[in-house]
Every structure is written in structure tokens, then in C-alpha cells.
Design a protein around this ligand. Structure first.
Ligand code: PGA
Length: 295
């Protein structure tokens, strides 16, 4: 049964394909940048120093589709995850130009970002297409990194909480409690993303993460305590430590600042330093009993 007072009848729960893991998350989407040679050079340099932080973090890289295979061959063996920036909701069919979840699995992806603000803005993605993509990703065993976030207009009218909560509710509408461990949420306010933007303050991000946490627990019960909530939007190496120590921030999803290996590594080390304290820290309460015993 799905927990939580308002938990809806959802798809029957099968044993989850996904482990719950309390290590903090650090990842980057390259968006539409880099060429093949740059992609492989980046991956090899990252792999060479991944031992510094990979055991203390869940680190991931989301290259453009054509580079996933090459990057995954380099990064997966050293414990980093590789994923895609988008996926179609059908597993195959006459959808010219699209890529399905089973295809991503074939080339070594283990996760996929869904509903990034740039996809919503430029490619007409809606809360409902996000929902369908989340279901498709999870059904193929891909972790779904669901991106949500309000625009500046919602902040002006103080409707940002309702806006983001609605995005989360619709995105998770087809998810069973058994599959929830395969979901991550990235809170990325649109006003904080990209060149010329300023990041949310740690308090702003933490407050919205708290609202997202409450929503997921209300929908799914205690298992919702373990859903990783990542912050994204103009994260820098200087800003990363202040964000990751926030109670409700379980990871960082980084664009520009992690497009160089040095940038990624600097932020990953800040997250790893924090990860070292996670077992005794607040993340421990999110680890299910069974795993706590092992720790
Ligand atoms: P940014 O991108 O870090 O370059 O602002 C964040 C994102 O779009 O995920």
C-alpha cells in the first residue's frame, strides 16, 4: 500500500530495481556542448581522479546522446554514472528523431534528466509529457532525474510553492512507491539557470526542497524521505559548500561550472567532504533501517 494520508492508488508495487543510497549527489549536464574528442578527453581526465570522491558521492555526467556510449565506457568502470538529458515516453515506434529508454540502456546510460527548464521552454515539454517520460524511464531501469522550478513571475506573485508542488505531483503521478527509489528531483528555478543568472540562496533552495519533501512524503509515505533532492542553477565551486550543507539539499546538479574537469572535481570534492559526515549526519535518518545496520 502506498503510505501517506493522501497517497493515491498507484501502480502495484514490485520489488524496486533501485537501491536507496544516502551518499550526496553531484552531477553535470553538458547540455548541447562539446565534440566527441572533448567529451572523451573530459571523461578520461575525470576518471583519472574520480577515486578522490566517487566512493563518497553519487557522481554523474549527462552528455549529449551521441557521446553517451563513449563516455560511459570510461566513467562507469570508475563508479560514475552516465545518463541522458532527455528520453521519449514510448519504447519504440515512428517518432522520428527521438530516443527511447531501452536505447539509452543499450549505450550504458543508467539515468536520465526529464523536464529540464530548457526542454520545457524550447521544446514544448509539459508536466504531462514529463510524467509519461518518468514512467518510461523507470520501467527500463533508468533513474529519473525530474527537473522542476518556477520562473521569476511566480516569485513576484508569491505562487512559486504551488507552482513547483504541482509540477512534482504531476511528474510523479504514474510512479509506484516501489519505483520511487528510482526518482531524483532537481529543483532548478528558471531565474537561476544559465549565463547572467544568480543562484538561489541556500535558504531559498532549502525552503523549496522542504516543500518538495513534504509533497513526496504526503504522496508516498516514509519512502519519500529517501528521495534525493538536488539543487541546480548557477552552482559554482564557491557556492557549492554552502548549498550542500543545507538540511534538505541532497546533491547539486551543475551546468557551466562543471563543464571543465577542474570545475567538476572542485565541486565534487566539496560534496564528498560533506558526504564523509553523512552517516552520522542528517542523511542517516533517510537510510532505511536495514542499511543503517550495515553502516
Ligand atoms: P547552470 O545550469 O549551472 O549553467 O546555471 C544549470 C542547469 O541548467 O541544470
Amino acid at each position: 500500500m502506498v503510505g501517506g494520508e493522501t497517497g493515491r492508488a498507484q501502480r502495484p508495487s514490485a520489488p524496486s530495481l533501485f537501491d536507496v543510497d544516502s551518499r550526496p549527489w553531484i552531477g553535470t549536464s553538458w547540455k548541447m556542448t562539446k565534440r566527441l574528442l572533448e567529451a572523451v578527453t573530459y571523461a578520461e581526465a575525470l576518471a583519472a581522479q574520480a577515486a578522490d570522491y566517487s566512493h563518497l558521492t553519487n557522481s554523474f555526467v549527462l552528455p549529449p546522446f551521441p557521446f553517451i556510449d563513449a563516455v560511459a565506457r570510461v566513467l562507469r568502470p570508475v563508479g560514475l554514472s552516465v545518463g541522458a538529458q532527455n528520453v521519449h515516453w514510448m519504447s519504440s515506434g515512428p517518432f522520428t528523431g527521438e530516443v527511447s529508454a531501452p536505447m539509452l540502456v543499450d549505450v550504458g546510460a543508467s539515468m536520465v534528466a526529464i523536464g529540464h527548464a530548457e526542454r520545457r521552454e524550447h521544446f514544448g515539454e509539459t508536466d504531462h509529457s514529463v510524467r509519461d517520460k518518468v514512467v518510461a524511464a523507470l520501467a527500463s531501469g533508468l533513474r529519473a532525474l525530474v527537473c522542476v522550478g518556477e520562473s521569476a513571475a511566480e516569485r513576484v506573485t508569491r505562487t512559486e510553492i504551488e507552482y513547483v508542488v504541482r509540477q512534482v505531483k504531476i511528474a510523479l503521478d504514474g510512479v509506484s512507491a516501489g519505483d520511487l527509489p528510482g526518482v531524483l528531483i532537481a529543483y532548478e528555478p528558471i531565474w537561476a539557470i544559465g549565463e547572467g543568472s544568480t543562484p538561489a540562496s541556500p535558504e531559498q533552495a532549502n525552503d523549496m526542497h522542504g516543500e518538495i519533501r513534504r509533497t513526496i512524503v504526503q504522496l508516498f509515505g516514509d519512502v519519500g524521505e529517501t528521495t534525493p533532492l538536488l539543487y541546480g542553477g548557477s552552482v559554482t565551486r564557491e557556492g557549492a559548500p554552502g548549498l550542500i550543507v543545507q538540511d534538505e539539499i541532497d546533491g547539486l546538479f551543475v551546468g557551466r561550472a562543471a563543464w571543465t574537469v577542474d570545475g567538476f572535481a572542485a565541486i565534487a570534492r566539496a560534496v564528498a567532504e560533506y558526504g564523509e559526515h553523512c552517516v552520522e549526519g542528517r542523511h542517516a535518518r533517510r537510510v532505511p533501517d536495514q542499511r543503517q545496520e550495515q553502516l
